[in-house]
Design a protein around this ligand. Sequence first.
Ligand code: PMP
Ligand code: GLN
Length: 413
Amino acid sequence: LASRYKYGEYSIWIEISKLTAITKPLNLGQGFPDYEPPSRFPQFLAEVASENNLNFHQYTRGLGHVRLVNAISKLYSNLINREIDALNEVLVTVGAYEALYCAIQSNIEVGDEAIVIEPYFDCYEPMIRIAGGTPRFIPLRNTKPNAEVSHSSDWKLDPEELASLFNAKTKLIIINTPHNPLGKVFDYEELNMIADLAKKHNVLVISDEVYEWLVYEPAKHTRIASLPDMWERTITIGSAGKSFSMTGWKLGWAYGPSYLIKNLCVVHQTAIYTCATPVQEAVARAFEHEISVLNTPESYFQNLSKELKPKMLYLSNVLQESGFVPIIPDGGYFLVSKWTKFENKIDLSAETDKYKDFRFTKWLSKNVKLQSIPYSIFYSEESKVLAEDFMRLCFFKKDETLKEAEKILSTWT
Ligand code: PMP
Ligand code: GLN
């Protein structure tokens, strides 16, 4: 293995998939729904595959199928209130993962620094290090540690602490709103504070907004690219897997000013060249449909959070009743909760992992048959101690699955 890739050698997702293949637990680990998306979305792909149009079975435009970049540009031009040039300001990628990879790889020089907010979606760190950069971490801190019920909005950045991380080597900051794993939705003031620092220090912003439609009222999603003078320095990333609840389709995108997107295109055309044509055509049709029903009762994007909020409340209630302490999210599809009430009731000595949340989640998978994700994977090595008391569960599951979780937990606790 080329030595720079050592930072990517470990993947929690691969480890957990191996574990679940053996323990066969109720799987609330990795984030994906366990039920069908609305039938019209897969139906678009069925139509594309059966239309006998030769073009759909051959390579399409390398930087994004034209019908798709047009749809993406139409949707987001409306949402950020500026005209996005479909052919120069949008790149279509293999999931949001590849968009993140292109954004980081095309901007980080060896020795550059990138500011990352903890907790963070785990791939940011290896992507920065592989590019030769140094991540500078700043944790979200719980501003209401004594609250009876904890909310994701209680977790905040300290503006002075954040300001202190910016220096001449800072190339970019990554933000993720709505946030995985915490479910925090950054409000306008928080984003404005970050934007002011980015402008003051001439730093790029990578805004990972894959959960943009998963926001629980009264929280509201703000796109940092729409803040004053932020378009020029922001790369915004989205995911069809998350927007249409079909994570297996692995299609994502980045949009931003052409002078930034053209650099991402270099990484994309070197590694991937072009994404699968039929999937792009089908996602384009799904987008066109969604654009035509936006702000009507048929809008999937706008109904999704209404569908998920009761699931979130149900699972958080189950967790509370079982002795866990959940943090109530404003967005996303994960629930983080404290598990340490059980620490002295169970014997974790059979597990050898360094961090106790790993020992606990593995024990839970093997003995209680419930799969969760250890929270410390979302923290840097130095800060993992802040995370060991927590685990993450995904609540985008059938009501029966969540009921089964209740049964499992009430039997165990
Ligand atoms: N960013 C975040 C915050 C995520 O949770 C995920 C996982 N879906 C991704 C990016 C990657 O998305 P995709 O599956 O579209 O590659
Ligand atoms: N984003 C999902 C999660 O956090 C899936 C992870 C992944 O794609 N590797 O669980």
